[in-house]
Design a protein around this ligand. Structure first.
Ligand SMILES: C[S@@+](CC[C@H](N)C(=O)[O-])C[C@H]1O[C@@H](n2cnc3c(N)ncnc32)[C@H](O)[C@@H]1O
Length: 303
């Protein structure tokens, strides 16, 4: 599974490409930039200044999302209970050897990551961090249902390459552990993922493209079980879906990925969805693309 190639992204930060999944871990525009814009800024971490929070990082990989989170929380003296899910130890091993990755963060991040790598665990007065190695579909079952996460980062390979972590059944399990005011954050703006989250009763928002990345129509999705829309502030980097995005959810692209017993193969999940799309009366996604002048490439992430 872990044939990995080093990639230098445009902002000067390093990432990896998986030959097995045939996909990069991050956008070529910048691994660090992706983490900061899509995950860290969206988290509104200042809410937790001096307080404690529970975070779940699904598909931990090199650990950019957790490292950036830890780096901010160290500065603002928050208390963190972190769970990370990851199938492969190699990306973290790579991070721990990559000086330019380690230099991005407070030195404490290296201590925490080393302990997570060697003992699957780190604990001190501020932080409790556990990594559960294995298939996220299995490991999610170990997390006690009493733990409610304030933030869930979902950073798997794209749904077409790794549908296992985007199915209705997996997202249902994940969202059971989401605090009622908690944010589930993902870079994905896939209609299937958004529709699934909405069908699970979560309110969904689009992550606004930054000024630099205005060619993209969205930088991802935030899903919140109970959100008071009056609390949506203009300085937040997420907002309600546009009409174009809403209409995306009426097309065949919104048909969910399904994995009833949480153990199907990638090919079975993809085939099941293609069959469902074939028999569906929903609007064609190409029609939606034509209406909104969208090329196929602009809908794709992790390029
Ligand atoms: C896009 S990369 C993650 C990027 C990551 N957040 C980072 O900072 O590097 C996807 C990760 O998902 C992991 N993965 C793939 N399938 C998985 C599964 N079923 N359960 C857990 N992790 C999985 C891969 O090993 C890879 O590290």
């Amino acid at each position: 599974m872990s044939e990995l190639i080093e990639i230098l992204t445009k902002d000067g930060s390093y990432s990896l490409r998986s030959l097995f999944f045939q996909e990069n871990f991050h956008s070529l525009l910048g691994a660090l930039e992706e983490t900061k814009l899509k995950f860290t800024s969206t988290s509104n971490l200042q809410r937790f200044k001096g307080k404690s929070l529970n975070v779940l990082d699904i598909c931990f990989g090199l650990g950019y999302n957790s490292a950036s989170l830890l780096d901010e929380l160290i500065k603002q003296k928050s208390y963190l209970n972190l769970y990370a899910l990851e199938i492969d130890k190699k990306p973290l091993e790579y991070s721990l050897r990559n000086e330019s990755f380690l230099k991005l963060w407070d030195p404490k991040v290296k201590t925490i990551f080393e302990s997570m790598y060697r003992q699957d665990y780190f604990e001190d007065q501020f932080f409790k961090c556990s990594v559960l190695w294995g298939d996220a579909r299995e490991k999610i079952k170990i997390i006690p249902s009493s733990i409610k996460f304030d933030l869930i980062y979902l950073d798997g390979f794209s749904p077409q390459k790794c549908p296992q972590v985007w199915t209705m059944e997996f997202l249902s399990k994940v969202s059971e552990n989401l605090n009622s005011q908690g944010y589930l954050i993902t870079y994905s703006s896939s209609a299937a993922v958004r529709k699934t989250l909405r069908n699970l009763g979560l309110e969904i928002f689009t992550i606004k493209p930054s000024i630099k990345n205005r060619i993209f129509w969205s930088q991802g999705t935030v899903a919140i079980p109970k959100f008071n829309n009056k609390k949506l502030k203009p300085n937040f980097n997420f907002e309600k879906l546009s009409l174009m995005e809403e209409e995306h959810l009426l097309t065949k692209a919104s048909i969910p990925y399904r994995d009833q017993d949480l153990n199907s193969s990638k090919d079975d999940i993809i085939k099941r969805r293609l069959d469902e799309q074939f028999f569906s009366n929903l609007l064609s996604t190409n029609k939606w693309r034509e209406k909104w002048g969208m090329t196929k490439l602009s809908v794709k992430s992790k390029i």
